[in-house]
Design a protein around this ligand. Sequence first.
Ligand SMILES: [Zn+2]
Length: 108
Amino acid sequence: MTQSLEPETRITKVVMGTRLDHVPAPETQTFFTRLCVSCGEETVTEVEYPQDMAIVCNVCAPAYYERLAQEQHALLAIDASPEAKFRMIVIAATAMNRTVHRLYCDQQ
Ligand SMILES: [Zn+2]
């Protein structure tokens, strides 16, 4: 029996899309449609992702990430463009009725 001594690092790539019934105006933009790995509903993304990346809808995402973390001791790394992160912060801040200050970093 051969067993690697290296700790196994598994990276699950999950992309959060928007469930079709939560898209404000689907006809105004080009979308890619996949099925949510959690609920199986049609979920749209702005970018076409490779098939090895799971798509989870925005409705299932919080519970899905939490389950991954609990069952597989996963660490969550958020990989989003600065614009996408900014949009998420604005959405959260708007929901909490807070002001957003945008700070720019000189270095990329
Ligand atoms: Zn879902």
